[in-house]
Design a protein around this ligand. Structure first.
Ligand SMILES: Cc1ncc(COP(=O)(O)O)c(C=O)c1O
Length: 376
């Protein structure tokens, strides 16, 4: 472990008793995040609530997420989940003339569900090869009829990372909008929405962003946001002066118009503390550490004879290793009894380290996994 990062391990109490390797699902809880959750609870217990403070924390969280992805705060909406972000985007694009949405078979199912629910939209699904998508495939599948192209930055099943900047260039050339699902990358892979030319991007708090369920963020490029009129809207998406006036309807400026009702404040407090911790450390440092850990895990798991899924190169797989396992849920339950927390999906076990993990922890989890495979 990078010695300058060692100090942060102490911030995660569960690391003393558990091997926490499910950051692709839920990260370990950091002490400052836990403290922020308590602060919200205390505001209810001791002060009978504090709306203004909760709104202030929401604005801080918005600012921190904007900083994480290189955006302006007014380009960020605070929403309950990534699925809600995709629903809002679909609702905003429903008035467009073009009616084709493209997504990939590596997307999280929610993306498909949202688009399948849009009755008048035709769908085109980009297939992957062995868990990866060659860039040329975007040239073929995105056409001048495509309204929006949805891509995962990092695939949830195998950690495959895509070159969003190049995909954005193809989408722009064909006249398609680009929606990036960054839930598996935000918090450990550096993101620069401006440099990459991304139109829209969503990520939630509870995975590599060190938060808890209930908060997600949607980035919408300012000029684009101002042109869109989401049908999924509500009083938080209105200009402030119309918030309590049911006779008026006036979208808020920028991405805020994608917001609907009261945020899950307890989760927003957590997200703010978590993002402030991440931004304080810096994604570049975190990325370097996580990549090294996942490269080590890949090598060690191969040595142990485990059958690995997805990209063989560390460059294409910065934060996760994925191991074939026909009885993945059963194996994960077995490991959990030994306080090893990993994440099963379909027929794979995902080991997803964060900057606070060590090679020893990964080696221990992989040894136990290899042992479980021999037993089950
Ligand atoms: C890549 C990705 N996108 C979207 C989701 C769904 O997120 P939410 O439950 O916030 O809608 C997940 C959840 O695991 C995910 O891994």
């Amino acid at each position: 472990m990078d010695s300058s990062l060692t100090q942060y391990r102490n911030l995660f109490p569960s690391l003393q008793t558990h091997t926490m390797l499910a950051n692709c699902s839920q990260s370990a809880l950091a002490a400052p995040v836990s403290k922020a959750i308590t602060e919200y609870q205390e505001s209810l217990l001791q002060k009978g609530g504090n709306w203004d403070e909760a709104i202030e924390r929401t604005e801080k969280a918005r600012n921190e997420f904007a900083r994480l992805i290189g955006a302006e705060p007014e380009e960020i909406a605070v929403l309950p989940s990534v699925t809600d972000a995709a629903v809002s985007v679909a609702s905003a694009l429903s008035n467009c003339k073009k009616k084709q949405a493209v997504y990939t078979d590596l997307d999280f199912p929610a993306i498909a569900h949202v688009w399948k629910a849009q009755a008048d939209v035709t769908l085109s699904v980009i297939p992957s090869d062995e868990g990866m998508i060659p860039l040329e495939r975007y040239e073929t599948f995105i056409t001048d009829q495509t309204l929006v192209t949805c891509v995962p930055h990092v695939a949830y099943t195998n950690g495959f990372v895509q070159n969003v900047k190049q995909i954005a260039a193809i989408a722009a050339k064909k006249g398609s909008l680009l929606f990036v699902d960054a839930y598996q990358s935000a918090g450990h892979v550096p993101i620069d929405v401006k440099e990459w030319g991304v139109d829209m991007l969503a990520a939630g708090a509870r995975k590599y962003m060190l938060g808890i369920p209930g908060t997600a963020f949607l980035y919408v490029r300012k000029e684009l946001a101002e042109q869109l009129k989401p049908k999924a809207s509500g009083w938080f998406g209105q200009q402030k002066d119309t918030a309590f006036d049911l006779t008026r309807f006036s979208y808020a400026d920028g991405a805020k118009r994608f917001e609907t009702g009261t945020p899950a404040f307890i989760s927003v407090y957590a997200a703010n503390a978590a993002l402030s911790l991440l931004n304080g450390i810096g994604t570049a440092r975190i990325h370097k550490e996580v990549k090294e850990l996942s490269a080590f895990a890949y090598g060690y798991a191969s040595e142990k004879g485990l059958n690995l899924a997805g990209p063989p190169s560390c460059e294409d797989r910065p934060g996760m290793i994925s191991i074939y396992d026909e009885r993945a849920s059963e194996t994960a339950a077995l490991l959990k009894r030994q306080n090893i927390i990993c994440s099963p999906r379909h027929h794979v076990i995902r080991l997803a380290p964060h900057f606070y993990n060590t090679k020893d922890e990964l080696a221990y989890a992989i040894d136990q996994l290899a042992f479980a495979h021999r037993r089950i």
